[in-house]
Write a protein that binds this ligand. Structure first.
Ligand code: CP3
Length: 351
């Protein structure tokens, strides 16, 4: 829990991170900017490659603002990607149309010579310029969330060279040569601290650390590759910027959430769809903010099924420090009207 300065609490989104319940709960959605919006697809087609869009402060700021204009979310999330960090370090990333990310894989310590923190300056600066623009352009009451991928999740893409269903390349490397793999995790941890500090200095109000593949590790490895590096990032950010809450998203790790919270010191956790509401309530009662966890597919389905689940979640989390969100990102098939319906429904909660 953070002791936030009173003026920061003008942004409703930030209140749960000082342990407060807010009615109706603040709402934003992971991947709220993206392909489900026609205005995104239009701008994306004009921008060239996906990373060109991430490194264009003017266009990235515009894409960040698109869902805020449409829906009036309580928070905007910087438009970028977790793979900006390996790209900036020197392992260039490509996004092939319809195929997801592609990198030349790094599978052992020898490959780390391609990476250097000193490479990152110019690309990180472009992202920070996007943040600075957004700080000026966003409505006063809208918080701006900065982010990075957690070292473990980013390392899975770097080792595999693409997305994978089992993260085998990173898991095997970590078993075969833990010291070598630790060297990669250390580089990513340091780069993440520099990157997040830059985003905060440029104006973000809160940080989210996306650990999309946290759920693929056994207990000891979860501590070593998820909890410990995240704890280091959180403590460095807290030392430098005590007023900026940090949210962790260890997807797929509902059974280890208490270990994660206690071990990392995050101010809030984002819970995936599989996390029981009873677990979210237990965490909320300790004063840690909880975010989540509607199934993104219900946002495709819409109708009563969507309304009912929104109501159930809001009812369960009433009186607790809670932010409404999805359990994972919006999918491209989502009808934009269903997002408007969700926001309206959340805003009825507690009325
Ligand atoms: O949430 C937001 O609106 C902010 C922007 C954001 C993006 N990616 C934009 C994006 C954020 C926070 C991310 C995080 C991200 N990126 C994660 C963690 C969250 C998660 O989804 O688990 C991961 C694992 C990535 C890596 C990544 N980026 C993949 C695997 C892909 C391809 C899959 C896909 O949906 O196309 C991306 C591409 C990507 N990142 C897109 C967007 C809008 C789509 C690219 C396009 O427009 O063609």
């Amino acid at each position: 829990m953070r002791d936030l300065k009173p003026e920061r609490l003008d942004k409703r989104f930030l209140q749960p991170f000082s342990g407060k319940a807010v009615a109706p709960p603040p709402v934003w959605l992971m991947r709220q900017a993206g392909r489900y919006l026609p205005e995104y697809r239009k701008l994306r087609a004009e921008a060239g490659s996906f990373l060109d869009l991430c490194y264009s402060p003017k266009l990235a700021a515009e894409v960040t603002l698109q869902p805020i204009r449409r829906y009036g979310f309580d928070a905007a999330i910087l438009f970028s990607d977790i793979l900006v960090v390996p790209d900036a370090l020197g392992q260039s990333v490509r996004f092939a149309e319809g195929e997801g990310p592609r990198l030349d894989p790094i599978k052992s310590i020898a490959g780390l010579s391609r990476l250097a923190l000193s490479n990152t300056h110019d690309k990180f600066a472009l992202v920070c310029e996007t943040v600075a623009r957004l700080s000026n352009e966003l409505p006063r009451e809208t918080a701006l969330i900065g982010f990075c991928g957690a070292p473990w999740t980013v390392a899975t893409y770097m080792a595999e060279g693409k997305g994978s269903s089992d993260q085998a390349a990173a898991r095997s490397w970590a078993y075969r040569d833990p010291a070598g793999f630790a060297a990669l995790i250390d580089i990513l941890t340091e780069a993440s601290i520099v990157y997040l500090s830059g985003q905060i200095e440029a104006g973000v109000d809160a940080i989210q650390i996306f650990d999309s593949w946290a759920g693929s590790l056994a207990e000891n490895e979860f501590t070593r590759w998820v909890v410990e590096p995240t704890a280091r990032i959180v403590s460095e950010i807290r030392k430098r910027h005590p007023d900026v809450p940090v949210i962790g998203f260890p997807r797929g790790a509902a059974a280890s959430l208490q270990t994660y919270i206690a071990g990392t010191g995050v101010d809030g956790v984002s819970c995936d769809t599989s996390c029981p509401l009873s677990v979210m309530q237990t965490i909320g009662r300790t004063g840690t903010a909880v975010q989540g966890n509607l199934d993104p597919l219900l946002l495709v389905t819409g109708g009563d099924a969507l309304d009912d689940r929104v109501d159930t979640i809001c009812r369960a989390m009433t009186g607790l420090p809670f932010v409404f969100n999805l359990g994972h990102g919006i999918v491209p098939e989502t009808p934009p009207d269903n997002v408007a319906r969700l926001v309206a429904r959340v805003r009825l909660a507690g009325k």
